[in-house]
Design a protein around this ligand. Structure first.
Ligand code: COA
Ligand code: ZN
Length: 309
């Protein structure tokens, strides 16, 4: 059976764009639900300026809780700078997503730095914390709200630069859901050709309804790590027009029915998504409708689609 590793990033990417502050207790409860559904890779928070993202004000407490409770789950935190990496290290988070945009203008809007400054900071982090496992999240990898589509070869060139610094894992992030499946396939091919040793992950927003198609294109191009959010919640507050992520339940449904092993209990995940929707107001992707429909008909996600029973 083919294995696909689903990285749930809702507690960071999903919640960061929710205006109303979610209580720390509620956050813990939903993360417990994810663990209970068998999700084994979770991006639980970001260590960023609380002025930039007020929702992450309790990142330390959330991280501490998860580290003590879930030693067997791969817990990730997103950081934009050395200060964030220091906080992550202190919270005993071992796996970081270091975010830098392919486009200069989005990096400036998001991190208030040039790309060069961000790469210099990455070097500082690697020097200060050589034991941390760092995945570089390349934001706006397929399109930028300020600059449009990247030029041919730009992404692969940037990946090569990051690889040259000693990074061995990158995540290609479609921050504003601008990619199409062919573009995803071709860019992956280019990156692999330039850096065959680099581990790849994808993170595709569903802004234009391409989330599932682009994620599948990545999987069929050989990528085994894919990111998504419960309910398809999410978006970057510093990317105009950004909206929901690909929904985790949609990915689980699709991959399981295609014969992939996700290790995730679909029924539990649906129930949790429904619960999250009842307690958190936000911009869910269109596909979360699946939750109501499938629960109403008692579908188990096993491909048995007869609703007239
Ligand atoms: N965690 C918490 N606080 C931080 C921080 C971090 N990682 N990095 C900086 N700060 C604080 C500083 O201590 C300083 O606080 P003070 O004003 O009370 O002294 C303040 O933030 C400004 O610091 P500075 O280094 O000048 O940062 P900045 O204003 O240029 O902002 C970032 C840069 C990266 C900190 C900010 O833009 C940010 O947090 N961006 C994250 C964006 C994000 O999460 N986007 C979505 C995910 S992709
Ligand atoms: Zn995102």
């Amino acid at each position: 059976m083919d294995q696909i590793y689903i990285y749930e990033v809702g507690p960071r990417d999903g919640w960061q764009n929710v205006a109303e502050l979610i209580s720390t207790e509620e956050k813990k409860k939903i993360i417990d639900g994810l663990a209970d559904a068998g999700v084994s890779h979770i991006q639980i928070c970001s260590f960023v300026s609380p002025r930039a993202i007020p929702q992450m004000r309790d990142a330390k407490e959330v991280a501490k809780y998860c580290v003590s409770r879930y030693p067997n789950i791969d817990l990730l935190a997103l950081v934009p700078n050395l200060r964030g990496a220091k906080d992550a290290q202190e919270a005993e988070i071992r796996h970081l997503s270091y975010v830098v945009s392919l486009s200069e203008s989005h990096n400036k809007a998001n991190i208030n730095r040039t790309r060069e400054e961000s790469l210099q900071e990455l070097e500082n982090i690697m020097e200060a914390y050589p034991d941390l496992n760092i995945c570089v999240d390349i934001a706006t990898a397929f399109g930028c709200p300020f600059e449009g589509k990247p030029k041919e070869g730009e992404l692969a060139k940037f990946a090569e630069q990051v690889y040259g610094m000693g990074i061995r894992e990158i995540c290609l992030c479609d921050t504003i859901g601008a990619a199409n499946p062919r573009q995803v396939r071709e860019e992956i091919r280019r990156v692999e050709k330039t850096c065959p040793e680099l581990e790849l992950m994808v993170h595709i927003h569903d802004t234009r309804g391409m989330g599932l198609a682009c994620t599948l294109a990545a999987a069929e191009a050989g990528v085994t790590k894919v990111q998504s959010t419960l309910g398809g919640l999410g978006g970057c507050p510093f990317a105009p027009g950004a909206s929901g992520n690909t929904a985790t339940e949609d990915l689980v449904y699709m991959f399981q029915n295609m014969g992939y092993d996700t290790g995730i209990d679909f029924g539990r995940l649906l129930k949790l998504s429904k619960y999250q929707k009842s307690v958190i107001q936000g911009n869910y992707s269109g596909h979360h409708m699946m939750i109501q429909m499938m629960q109403e008909y008692g579908e188990k996600g096993d491909g048995q689609i007869c609703t007239a029973r």
